[in-house]
Design a protein around this ligand. Structure first.
Ligand code: TXD
Length: 320
């Protein structure tokens, strides 16, 4: 029987997710949105595109959680993006409310689903989603690391004029300005960036510029678009996680996962490499960090903890 993926939020990322999933014939898709017409309209449009390509999947749109029942995977993009004049705290407050509603909608209808959260501010929203839903922490993850790593990869491929496939990158930490791109773990044609600096193939300054551009990768796109934020690469990243789960590929993917002692942190979500297979997050891969990497990772986790404090002020139940 074909798998079922429900997409909570049928906006820019939700629509693109639906399209990619149908092209890959990964699963039947239910597009859910409070704006029912958007969900139904996009589902119908993409369903018609399957007839061009001959792809064998069903797509439906809905605003009823009943229709998402028994999903194998749920990908959440429901939320409000930041508008001019809005503070990050305003966004946090609104999206916390939305995520609570979503958690209530999915926990009884799809208790066994693998849940991928994309809504920002990512690390806190995924933590809140796990708490509100009470679903097992290994089945609730956040998407950010694949996107951040792919941005780092792409910028390096442009700089070195090397195909993206020949580059391996890793970005750890929270999804924000403090994310931690890892030059020590990055290789181009098998050679580490550190070696390439020694060989004068790239200067330290240029590499710093690329790291800064990676950290601000989302903002660069928002500035171009004027309205809304990136959606193609975020959707592709979400699909990679869903595919690894559905096909039990056991890929090691950087994602916001629940830490229970790993990396020295407890009961908190942060961006780390995790093996995703048909049991969800099957293992968190603990790579040995050098002093500088550890320091940067701790700064990033501290930013997540600070935002969590604000979230707890908004909703004290998140403290438990
Ligand atoms: O790396 C990452 N994690 C991210 C995250 C990268 C890019 C964007 N990221 C965040 O994803 C972004 O800041 C937003 O919080 C989400 C979704 O981004 P998208 O671009 O898809 O936003 P849209 O187009 O505004 O779509 C959001 C949809 C919209 O159709 C609303 O009607 C719907 O969410 N919405 C809801 N759906 C269901 N239930 C409720 N309560 C609800 N409220 C709004």
């Amino acid at each position: 029987m074909r798998k079922k993926i429900s997409l909570i939020g049928a906006g820019q990322i939700g629509g693109t997710l639906a399209h990619l999933i149908s092209i890959k014939e990964l699963a039947d898709v239910v597009l859910f949105d409070v704006a029912e017409g958007i969900a139904k309209g996009k589902a119908l449009d993409i369903a018609q595109s399957t007839a061009v390509d001959g792809n064998d999947v069903n797509l439906t749109g809905t605003s009823s959680y009943e229709d998402t029942k028994n999903s194998d995977v749920i990908i959440i993009t429901a939320g409000v993006p930041r508008k001019p004049g809005m503070s990050r705290d305003d966004l946090l407050e609104i999206n916390l409310k939305i995520i609570k509603e979503v958690a209530n909608g999915i926990k009884s209808t799809s208790p066994n689903a693998f849940v991928i959260c994309i809504t920002n501010p990512l690390d806190i929203i995924v933590m809140a989603l796990q708490k509100y839903s009470g679903m097992p922490a290994n089945k609730v993850v956040g998407m950010a690391g694949i996107l951040d790593s792919s941005r780092f990869n792409y910028f390096l491929s442009q700089e070195f004029n090397v195909p993206v496939k020949k580059i391996k990158t890793l970005v750890l930490g929270g999804h924000g300005d403090t994310m931690v791109p890892m030059p020590n773990r990055t290789t181009i044609n098998g050679k580490s960036l550190i070696e390439l600096i020694k060989e004068n193939k790239i200067t330290k300054e240029k590499l710093e510029d690329i790291i800064t551009r990676t950290r601000k990768g989302g903002a660069e796109i928002i500035k171009f678009l004027q309205k809304g934020s990136a959606f193609y690469a975020p959707a592709a990243s979400g699909v990679e996680m869903a595919e690894s789960y559905i096909k039990n590929l056991k890929k090691t993917l950087p994602c916001a996962a629940y830490l229970n002692g790993e990396y020295g942190f407890n009961k908190l979500y942060a961006g780390v490499p995790a093996i995703i297979g048909n049991k969800g997050v099957e293992k968190i891969v603990e790579i040995k960090l050098d002093t500088k990497e550890k320091e940067n990772f701790e700064v990033s986790v501290k930013a997540v903890k600070d935002l969590l404090k604000i979230a707890i002020k908004i909703d004290p139940s998140l403290a438990n």
